[in-house]
Design a protein around this ligand. Structure first.
Ligand SMILES: Cc1cc2nc3c(=O)[nH]c(=O)nc-3n(C[C@H](O)[C@H](O)[C@H](O)COP(=O)(O)OP(=O)(O)OC[C@H]3O[C@@H](n4cnc5c(N)ncnc54)[C@H](O)[C@@H]3O)c2cc1C
Length: 435
């Protein structure tokens, strides 16, 4: 079908200016089409967001790490002259329980190793695994208790949700799509290999700036009406007529857009049977990475207390950045505190593990992603137990003139920036071929 000759404002409207939307818009413009990107928030980047610390350093409050195999993101950074720097790894990783170090050369370590081997087998088996068995049910079988708790912490960091909300199969498939266990948990050579100078939000802003005035902020799309001649995309401030529309928000976020005629049941399922992970992130900026002098790498897994993990994400130049990630119910507990109480809680936990200097940062930055009105959570949308198959097969199938992108639609690296970029490229080609 060719859309030539239809009376429209632009060829394509792209909903959302995260990496998927920005890369889709770029591909469409390169293909000679007119584009308008409508972004609900007052900034571009979506789940990438960079702020500036009191030390003048870039602080990523959303996604940050670039994997060794994330070739699209690496190429994009290169194109925009943004150098990557390696994630710091030297020193001891702390695994702590009730103030004591947990040795991985112990029954706990052996049990964790065995559980990961089972997960790797499930990852390899993939399609054969049952989808109604939750991660919590799987974890309940792990002994001793300390091993179970360590797995809960580590897998919580990877999924950003509580173990009773996801199936083992969804987790195993997610790991497989991201390149396997070694890749997902690996720092050097793995998914946490490097960071972007100026932050992931900084690179997104550079991509948006290069697109020019096609990106419009504060434009939440509330309705899409499709007919034989095109689509009408509405915000509270007006409507844009286009030949086609690309929706790049995660499926649970896309629920807020009303469609006329209604979407088919298969697409409704994708939006209804997925949910966003729950994650609180803080980045604490210090004069120096003082923990390194004590022999610590900055990587922490704590089996008790309100801060289950921390990572050294310090940029070159001498300042110390510790990143704290709290998933699931731990994140919701922090929501109940005042901003000041959260800061005191996080700093006290870092001091408990890394020493008193942790109480005296230059600046403290935080974001509860599940409270962001236009993102609703992170790191990504997850299928509810039992719905994996429905969700994955219908995820990227266009509905007439409505096309779908976003990291969740990518069969490779779904949940990562890399998946978002891959989806943006894929959808641009799909739409160009359809126009
Ligand atoms: C705390 C955290 C840590 C993470 N860590 C990493 C990491 O280290 N490495 C990594 O690779 N990935 C990481 N991720 C995941 C990564 O950030 C995402 O995979 C990626 O940013 C998704 O991009 P996207 O374009 O698909 O979606 P989004 O970035 O969510 O973009 C969708 C856009 O649509 C907009 N929008 C929503 N509703 C509407 C509407 N109705 N109308 C118009 N616009 C709308 C949103 O505001 C948003 O800008 C992390 C995510 C979080 C939250």
């Amino acid at each position: 079908m060719s859309d030539v000759g239809v009376d429209v404002d632009v060829d394509v409207v792209v909903v959302g200016a995260g990496y998927a939307g920005l890369i889709a818009a770029r591909g469409l413009l390169d293909g000679g089409r007119t584009v308008q990107v409508l972004e609900a928030a007052d900034r571009v980047g979506g789940r990438a967001m960079t702020v500036t610390s009191a030390a003048g350093t870039a602080v990523d409050l959303g996604g940050q790490w670039i994997g060794r195999d994330h070739v699209k993101m690496r190429a994009l950074a290169d194109e925009f002259g943004v150098p990557l720097f390696p994630t710091h790894t030297r020193g001891e990783t702390l695994v702590r329980h009730r103030g004591r170090d947990v040795s991985l050369f112990s029954t706990t370590g052996v049990a964790v190793g065995a559980a990961f081997a089972r997960l790797a087998a499930a990852e390899r088996l993939g399609l054969g695994a049952r989808d109604d068995r939750t991660l919590a049910e799987w974890l309940a079988k792990v002994e001793p208790r300390q091993a179970r708790r360590l797995l809960e912490v580590v897998l919580g960091e990877v999924t950003a949700t509580d173990p009773e909300t996801v199936s083992v199969r969804a987790v195993a498939e997610g790991i497989r799509a991201a390149g396997g266990l070694r890749e997902v948990f690996g720092v050097e050579g793995g998914a946490q290999d490097a960071l972007l100078t100026g932050g992931a939000g900084g690179l997104a802003e550079a991509v948006a700036t290069a697109l020019g005035p096609v990106v419009r902020l504060n434009q939440p799309v509330v309705g899409i009406a499709r007919d034989g001649g095109g689509v009408t995309v509405s915000t509270p401030y007006g409507a844009t007529r286009a030949r086609r529309v690309v929706v790049t928000t995660a499926p649970p976020v896309a629920k807020a857009i009303a469609h006329r005629p209604a979407l088919p049941e298969s697409r409704e399922l994708v939006q209804r049977d997925t949910f966003m992970g729950t994650v609180y992130k803080a980045v604490v900026v210090y004069d120096t990475p003082f923990w390194r002098a004590d022999g610590y790498s900055g990587e922490l897994f704590a089996l008790d207390g309100p801060v289950p993990s921390a990572f050294d994400v310090s940029p070159p130049g001498g300042r110390g950045h510790l990143c704290v990630l709290v998933p699931g119910r731990g994140a919701r507990h922090l929501d109940d505190l005042t901003e000041e109480a959260r800061r005191v809680t996080v700093l006290a936990e870092l001091a408990r593990h890394f020493g008193e200097p942790a109480r005296h940062p230059m600046s403290f930055h935080e974001k509860s992603w599940h409270r962001d009105a236009y993102v609703l959570g992170g790191y990504m949308a997850l299928p509810r137990p039992g719905s994996f198959e429905d969700v994955r097969t219908a995820g990227a199938e266009p509905v007439g003139r409505v096309h779908w992108a976003g990291t969740e639609t990518s069969p490779r690296y779904g949940g990562y920036f890399e998946g978002a970029v891959l989806s943006g490229e894929r959808v641009a080609e799909e739409v160009l071929a359809a126009l």
